[in-house]
Design a protein around this ligand. Structure first.
Ligand code: CAA
Length: 283
């Protein structure tokens, strides 16, 4: 089946980024979230980022308008019946994702592939909420989506070769480099990245160093583009905690226990850039 209309569930930083790269690749996009305010915020963000590309002379304003016009916003999941492929990028909570997949399964045509941008929840658990587990895969983008080259494509036990290939090819169409991962909590990316971030939070918690010194060590000593605490703020501390919980419970291994300081920040609503405060403060 030819993919012309691409559905995205969630208009947050990941969903909007995915909608943007899909529209830039020439697909028509339906970007769905639970209310108008969220979808409008997502679309405004895309328009602003594309506007920056126009200012930098990398894109004509005609191209920008064309890309934006390919994105239709939606607050009714039923609109996904028009989609030829759907990727879900809702909050990193199993209950939310399971409900979305169960609903999508009854809304979307039988042959439509349903992918999840989950950062850690096993795809097999998500697929079990549908009657089409062979047409469910992981399509895991990195933040900021328009900039980062990687898409981790996750094959669950029941994912068919055809579903995997279509997802892989879509990542290529979006100008990304796909990498294959098997279906274990955190896959490859967050199995490695998140314990490093969690350990950086432990360093702060134990007073090994200040936030600036911890980030400077990793930036200048290991050549990371940003320090782990600044990166946690970019990803969202609630997402970081959710991923550590998934690793901890998924492997029943204490080496993945989330740092109590991370939990304290999340409980205080200090979620990083999106709330204006995490390990650092933002305007
Ligand atoms: N959206 C779109 N574009 C963005 C952006 C955003 N949020 N933030 C920065 N950019 C663009 C800038 O416009 C700029 O573009 P040009 O080169 O075209 O001018 C470019 O990225 C570089 O930006 P800056 O010069 O402002 O800053 P920088 O050089 O420090 O780069 C960065 C910013 C790309 C975020 C870089 O610091 C970086 O790569 N950080 C690491 C990001 C990372 O590790 N992401 C993965 C997180 S894990 C994840 O997402 C998965 C998960 O499951 C949790």
């Amino acid at each position: 089946m030819e993919i012309r209309t691409f559905g995205v569930i969630g208009a947050g930083q990941m969903g909007a980024g995915i909608a943007q790269v899909a529209a830039m690749s020439g697909l028509n996009v339906i970007m769905n979230d639970i209310n108008e305010q969220l979808v409008n915020k997502g679309l405004d963000g895309i328009t602003r980022l594309l506007g920056k590309s126009v200012e930098k002379g990398r894109m004509s304003s005609g191209d920008k308008d064309m890309i934006v016009s390919r994105i239709r916003t939606s607050v009714d999941l039923k609109d996904m019946e028009a989609a030829d492929y759907v990727v879900e990028a809702a909050s990193e909570r199993p209950d939310i994702k399971f409900k979305i997949f169960s609903d999508l399964d009854s809304i979307c045509r039988e042959q439509v592939i349903l992918a999840s941008n989950t950062s850690s929840i096993p795809i097999g658990r998500i697929a079990a909420n549908t009657k089409r587990p062979d047409r469910v895969a992981g399509m895991h983008f990195m933040n900021p989506v328009p900039v980062m080259k990687l898409v981790e494509v996750i094959r669950a036990l029941a994912t068919s070769d055809e579903t995997f290939r279509v997802t892989w090819d879509l990542a290529l169409k979006f100008g990304k480099t796909p990498a294959e991962a098997n279906d274990y909590p955190g896959f490859i990316s967050n199995r490695i990245l998140m314990p490093m971030i969690n350990e950086a939070v432990y360093c702060l918690y134990h007073g090994v160093g200040s936030r600036e010194d911890i980030d400077t060590v990793m930036k200048l000593g290991m050549n990371h583009p940003m320090g782990p605490l600044a990166l946690a703020d970019l990803i969202g501390l609630d997402t970081c905690l959710a991923i550590m919980e998934t690793l901890y419970h998924g492997f029943s291994d204490s080496k993945y226990r989330p740092c109590p300081l991370l939990r304290r920040y999340v409980e205080a609503g200090w979620l990083g850039r999106k709330t204006g405060k995490g390990f650092y403060e933002y305007d």
